[in-house]
Write a protein of this length. Structure first.
Length: 197
């Protein structure tokens, strides 16, 4: 894997919205999942330390993946299962990427991305400890995940673009979540950059 020193990776980070048609490998997707939510230590059942910080170690985020071009994976919507570092299939019917692009207010680079990350928050995991302040904290947690995605994607010749412009209810409907107990907080697209590494 191409390796860039941290300062260069930070300084070269840009939001990239144009991608080549090249697919990611499963290993590259696994690396991005690992860097954004990977569990490095189990402190107790359901108390994890991960590659991203989280207020009180609550880790209320879930990661959904709209996969369009990853070698060996059928295009569709998946969920990253951090505990087993694996994927669960959610929806591989035709039109899912159109639905997610539409929920992102028609931003076309969602559909042309190789993978789009969609982070939701299961608010109870944060709220049982922090009450209404949880609604602030889950957004801060998502920022950490997305910044790691930007930096990790740069290491594998990919560009990323954060997305905060989406329709809450439309997004909840596509993901089949209720939009209240679990709701989408942030998204980001990933794809191979035209100029390679
Ligand atoms: C919270 C947040 C939400 C964003 N939402 C969008 C978005 O919906 N669509 C988009 O094209 N870019 C979005 N961006 C990317 C910004 O436009 C981009 O970071 C900014 O123009 C600065 O460019 P840079 O990231 O290359 O430094 C978002 C960035 C952040 C941090």
């Amino acid at each position: 894997m191409h390796s860039t020193d941290l300062r260069t990776a930070i300084e070269q980070r840009r939001s990239i919205r144009h991608y080549t048609r090249d697919p990611l490998t499963i290993e590259e997707l696994a690396y991005l999942c690992w860097c954004t939510q990977g569990i490095v230590e189990m402190k107790a059942p359901f108390y994890t330390l991960r590659n991203v910080p989280s207020a009180g170690g609550r880790h209320a985020l879930e990661t959904y993946l709209l996969i369009s071009r990853v070698k060996g994976i059928k295009p569709g919507l998946y969920r990253y299962l951090a505990f087993s570092h694996s994927l669960a299939t959610i929806d591989t019917t035709d039109g899912i990427s159109d639905s997610i692009m539409s929920a992102c207010l028609g931003q076309a680079f969602v559909r042309s991305s190789a993978v789009s990350f969609i982070w939701s928050a299961v608010i109870y995991r944060m709220a049982w400890r922090y009450s209404e302040r949880a609604y602030r904290l889950v957004h801060l947690d998502a920022g950490h995940a997305c910044q790691n995605l930007y930096l990790a994607a740069g290491q594998i010749g990919c560009g990323t673009c954060a997305i905060g412009a989406f329709d809450d209810q439309q997004m909840a409907d596509v993901l089949n979540i209720d939009g209240k107990e679990e709701f989408v907080v942030y998204c980001a697209t990933v794809g191979k950059k035209a100029n390679g590494t």
